[in-house]
Design a protein around this ligand. Structure first.
Ligand code: BGC
Length: 376
């Protein structure tokens, strides 16, 4: 796959219009190419929002909203061939405007927490919005999950390019940051997410996607019986505010040892509050590598996570409490979805020993993550 080539693809949009009873022509589903369609999905921030559907050769479908760049659904077959949605999401924009905890969204400018919302670049100290107690979480009060992205479908592939200009000073961050996120659904049932960004002032960047997976395809089931394997022999322990202490701790002999597959429910009671930790990935190089595998024996579905990133936040849906309902009225209860967020480590701007998240003018931020779903 040539990622650069994907970015350069232009879009030919052929809009299909349908007639309304009153004679006025109303926009309904539009076909941008045979693998991508879009519908108008409402309005946010005074801007129109669209919902795109990517379809691959196997009839697998992924829907993406221009609001937050949210993956709203991923409909894929189980071992019996029955298709269902394996990510938490809603059928309408109103579900997202009610601010669910980052369901399916693009997260930025900085994924996860920055201690006390402050950091220093050279001699300048920056103060970000503090939206999680005294800390900064997932880009602040209005992160990239709550903005409307510009979108362009590719001319012939099941691919969508989203762009957003995050202005200098937004949520306290320095520099105008031009961001491009390309989502591509392949015929191997992979969702490729390619993130690039450039700045005009030194800043910090850590982009990720916050999809909650439930491989059973039914939110009535928890994820506690899912088996998880993570290529990480260390993790970053956190303080009470979930800020890393700076230590890289051995997973050996702890409930964080997922080097071999374990059921998520097996040792979760021994982890205060449940899993919400950054795993230090054991990587061979800087290429896209398989770093984690999640599987559900009932549906037979398997999710593999590949990334170029050094870290993976495994979040076991600890703050889901049933107050949010799916579009068909089911309660989204504790641990009915889990996130595998590929990223740099939390609070890196304040942790000199962690891989750097600094981006300077003239440099290009570029990371790639791939989620692949298959059936056993
Ligand atoms: C964080 C959690 C946070 C959640 C919000 C995760 O990425 O690690 O601490 O509560 O996002 O949904």
């Amino acid at each position: 796959m040539n990622f650069k080539k994907l970015l350069l693809m232009t879009t030919i949009t052929t809009a299909a219009l349908t007639s309304c009873g009153d004679g006025a022509e109303k926009k309904s589903e539009e076909s941008t190419n045979e693998k991508v369609t879009k519908v108008a999905w409402g309005e946010a921030d005074g801007k129109p929002v669209d919902l795109y559907t990517l379809t691959n050769a196997n009839g697998v479908q992924i829907k993406i909203s221009t609001y937050g760049g949210v993956v709203t659904s991923w409909v894929t077959p189980d071992k019996a061939g029955n298709k269902s949605n394996v990510v938490l999401g809603f059928d309408s924009l109103s579900g997202y405007l009610a601010k669910p905890p980052y369901f399916g969204a693009i997260i930025g400018r900085y994924g996860n927490r920055i201690g006390k919302g402050t950091f220093k670049i050279d001699t300048t100290t920056y103060q970000l919005a503090t939206n999680n107690g005294e800390n900064h979480l997932h880009g602040g009060n209005k992160g990239y999950d709550k903005v409307v992205w510009d979108a362009k479908a590719a001319d012939s592939t099941a691919s969508l390019t989203l762009t957003y200009l995050s202005k200098d000073g937004e949520e306290g961050y320095p520099g105008n940051l031009n961001i491009t996120v390309v989502y591509t659904l392949t015929d191997d049932n992979e969702l490729l997410i390619d993130y690039t960004a450039e700045t005009d002032k030194a800043t910090v960047v850590n982009l990720t996607n916050h999809s909650y997976f439930n491989l059973t395809g039914d939110v009535n089931n928890t994820i506690l019986d899912h088996q998880l394997q993570i290529n990480a022999d260390k993790y970053t322990p956190v303080d009470a505010g979930l800020i890393p202490t700076g230590e890289l701790k051995d997973v050996k002999g702890t409930p964080f040892d997922f080097l071999q597959p374990h059921k998520i429910g097996e040792r979760i009671a021994a982890v205060d509050g449940g899993y919400d930790h950054n795993f230090v990935l054991t990587r061979k190089g800087s290429d896209l590598e398989l770093v984690a595998t999640l599987s559900d024996s009932v549906s037979g579905r398997k999710l593999e996570v590949f990334t170029t990133e050094p870290g993976l936040q495994f979040y076991s849906g600890n703050f889901l409490d049933g107050t949010i309902k799916t579009s068909d009225g089911k309660s989204i209860n504790l641990r009915t979805g889990l996130c595998l967020e590929t990223q740099h480590f939390p609070d890196s701007p304040n942790q000199p020993t962690f891989p750097s998240t600094l981006l300077k003018p003239g440099e290009k931020y570029h990371t790639v993550t791939k989620y692949k779903i298959s059936v056993n």
